[in-house]
Design a protein around this ligand. Structure first.
Ligand code: PRP
Length: 180
């Protein structure tokens, strides 16, 4: 008899906890940049859900842009290569830039982004990440605003995918694959 192999999902962070934490992070940003404008840059695709909830809770003049990168060799060696797939639409010179990520993992993507964006002379450059997996880090980067620090588990939902699926889940879930 053929038995269908199931991918098992378990909720790690519930939607209500995410909502609450996103509001807190937005409040921190609002306080830190009081009276100023912020330019929020979403790193496609994973950050799109977090970004859309976050910016609606930021009580400042806010503009949005997106950047897309892909990386190879992530996690296997520290020389993982990052390639720019879609650049920003406009200049960030003189702006208070906040890079928004769904997750900080090895830190390779963020190291690359910080390097190329610093060269463009923003007034300030900060990082907001919904999730942080510090145990996986191979590059010494930190988020300025971190939603949740999590252990080394494979997570999906709220923007995060497995083979492009599950980004639309409202909760962050741990995905257990049938082979595990
Ligand atoms: C994920 C995530 C970060 C990056 C973090 O993107 O959105 O950009 O990986 O990993 P790192 O710290 O090891 O570099 P991914 O390449 O999976 O693309 P996606 O956002 O389109 O899912």
């Amino acid at each position: 008899m053929k038995v269908a192999l199931q991918e098992e999902r378990k909720i790690l962070i519930r939607r209500a906890a995410i909502e609450k934490r996103v509001r807190q992070v937005a409040l921190e940003i609002t306080r830190d940049f009081k009276g100023e404008r912020v330019h929020v840059i979403g790193v496609l695709k994973g950050a799109c859900i977090f970004l859309s909830d976050l910016v609606r809770e930021i009580n400042l003049e806010t503009s949005i842009d997106f950047i897309a990168v892909s990386s190879y060799g992530r996690g296997k060696d520290s020389s993982g290569q990052v390639r720019l797939l879609k650049d920003l639409d406009s200049s960030i010179a003189g702006l208070n830039v906040i890079i928004v990520e769904d997750i900080l993992d090895t830190g390779i993507t963020l190291t690359y982004l910080l390097r190329i964006l610093r060269q463009r002379k923003p007034k300030s450059l900060r990082v907001a990440a919904l999730l942080d997996k510090p145990s996986r880090r191979v590059k010494p980067v930190k988020g300025d605003y971190v939603g949740f620090t999590i252990p080394n588990v494979f997570v999906v939902g709220y923007g995060l995918d497995y083979a492009e699926r599950y980004r639309n889940l409202k909760d962050v879930c741990v995905l257990k694959l049938p082979t595990e």
